[in-house]
Design a protein around this ligand. Sequence first.
Ligand SMILES: Cc1ncc(C[n+]2csc(CCOP(=O)(O)OP(=O)(O)O)c2C)c(N)n1
Ligand SMILES: [Mg+2]
Length: 388
Amino acid sequence: MSGLEPDKPIEASCDPMQASPPLPASGFNTRAIDLGRIECLQILDEHGDIEEGLQPDIEDNELLRVHRAMLLSRAFDSRMLAMQRQGQMGTFAPNLGQEACMIGQVWPLGDEDWFSPSYRAFGAQIWRGWSMERLMTLWAGYHDGFPPPDDVKDLPFSIVIGSHVLPATGIAMAMRRAKDPHCMVVNFGDGAFSQGAITEAMNFAAVDQAPIVFVCENNGWAISTPLDKQAGNEVLAARGAGYGVHSIRVDGNDILAMMTAMKEACDRARRGEGPTLIEAITFRMSLHTTADDPTVYRDESLVEPWHNRCPIRRFELWLTRTNRLTTQDCDRIREECEQEVLDARAYFRKNATAKPREIFDHIYDTITPELESQRMDYLRRLDRKGVE
Ligand SMILES: Cc1ncc(C[n+]2csc(CCOP(=O)(O)OP(=O)(O)O)c2C)c(N)n1
Ligand SMILES: [Mg+2]
């Protein structure tokens, strides 16, 4: 294991094929094609143990900041799900069980680095400086919630899967030309990785030695499609290697491995040594979105083993065993996070007011005749119903 010294490469701490328990849905070892050695990193195992000598050199206050961010992400997740079920959110994409991926991938970023997320990244967005009330506004469908806050160097999240990866690569290529010493992190899912645009982006990034880190959150599912119906070679990191992108598999439920691998990848990008692909192995424990019911296509027994692999549980086992926190501290922080989310909800409820008459306003600069006629019909309907 590397620690965090910039010049040391990550050494594999385990066999890539046994990096983390196989994704139950797909049994991803079965059809893996050997494209050479893909390094793999796990530091904190599922029992909360670290092998002698593998502990990264990360300050305690950073570890605690990250732990809190993971708890806040989870508190936000469950509250948003409840709010959607109560009719207060349009839709929502939960992130349960993927908190280590989420926070680990943005932990090494500074204010001048870029982040281009897909839609399941709210934990990372909160870390980056998006307020929770802004994210609530976004998921409730208000235009005001979508643009990044002025002082946050993020792109709005992408719902058209894979679409943001080429633009993110373009930004990184421009950064290299401008001698900007920072980096771009872009994340996408295992399903999105089937979009040709992503492999095109990787090829461009490798040829250009662009300062970008591609994070593929391999959570085993693309809505109802399991990984083995999506990928001929289930070692997705091998794709990056094929393009000449430094590629590594990381146990995505191990926050210490995610922080270590991301720090090293970001430092490599900032030093001008080109792109990295991090395949983070995790599992989508909850719904795809609130429009989805996984029980119709996925056996619940596949989810069961992942409860013990929970990234928060694992991290807390280690934090408490090493006397960095007590279980009472963990309970207290959970309560504080819950309260923060409730405060954000109160603010959202007070300030987000629907403006039904504006729903056609953000589509085109100059509205088309067809839409204008629909808009007029709609406005007459609101008038009839007495809606402001
Ligand atoms: C271009 C495009 N095609 C299809 C969809 C519908 N869609 C939304 S999410 C999704 C699956 C994405 O799976 P994955 O990339 O693994 O991300 P995850 O949802 O698991 O985080 C699909 C097919 C879309 N949003 N965009
Ligand atoms: Mg997926």
